[in-house]
Design a binder for this molecule. Structure first.
Ligand code: DX5
Ligand code: ZN
Length: 214
């Protein structure tokens, strides 16, 4: 699997240290959780902070927008240095238009499904995106438990990607550790977002390599 560490659980007073920490693990990309306080009941950071982080690393910025109206800030996230701009299917922006906007800016578009959203909801967009994220917790907070009952959804999306012969990153996010990553990989996921498990690990580099070897 590929590993995309989430800096949500790191010390926001020392984000540069968090990025250096992730770089040392040899992770594949960096997951940036943007929360607007409306789509989810928490707030994190937005384009100005991502812009400040951009010069610190060459890692791919995998930006997960937990926002009600992501279309309003797509250009700002693009200008700030996002590489993957990932919106929720349940947001109140027009999905087709927003994906098109992201692609026009030369970025990879992603679509995320909350736990209550069925696999079939993403099928109309599957050939227009480069990443699909199946949430394995309710979005909003780090440190929650992995929802194993999301695995049939991962498999259904994986089968549809394969049936159409597409190459789309299939990501899982929430409660991922060395054990739950194995379960998610068996279901068909190829990329793991890892937050608290990595930042509390005694050996984060070993944990990253362990998940990458799955
Ligand atoms: C949840 C976020 C996450 C999550 C990851 O809303 O999308 O990326 O916090 O953190 P852990 O691995 O702690 O669940
Ligand atoms: Zn996330």
């Amino acid at each position: 699997m590929k590993v995309s560490p989430s800096i949500l659980t790191c010390d926001f007073a020392h984000l540069a240290d968090g990025i250096a920490f992730v770089e040392r693990t040899g992770a594949d990309m960096l997951h940036l959780d943007v929360m607007d306080g409306v789509f989810v009941s928490n707030m994190s950071f937005g384009p100005p902070i991502i812009k400040c982080l951009r010069p610190l690393t060459r890692m791919t910025f995998d930006v997960h927008l937990m926002m009600k109206y992501p279309d309003r800030l797509i250009r700002d996230f693009s200008d700030a240095g996002a590489d993957i701009i990932n919106i929720h299917l349940e947001c109140d922006s027009p999905i087709d238009k927003t994906i098109e906007h992201i692609r026009t800016l030369g970025k990879t578009a992603g679509l995320t499904l909350k736990p209550s959203t069925p696999a079939q909801a993403v099928f109309p967009y599957i050939d227009k995106v480069g990443l699909i994220l199946v949430m394995t917790v309710e979005p909003g907070f780090g440190g929650q438990s992995f929802m194993q009952d999301m695995m049939p959804k991962v498999t259904a999306i994986k089968n549809e990607i394969d049936r159409r012969g597409l190459s789309v990153i299939l990501q899982v996010d929430g409660g991922i550790n060395a054990d739950t990553a194995v379960i998610a990989a068996k279901a068909g996921a190829d990329t793991a977002v890892v937050g608290s498990a990595l930042f509390t690990s005694a050996d984060p580099t070993a944990l990253t390599h362990q998940i990458q070897a799955i």
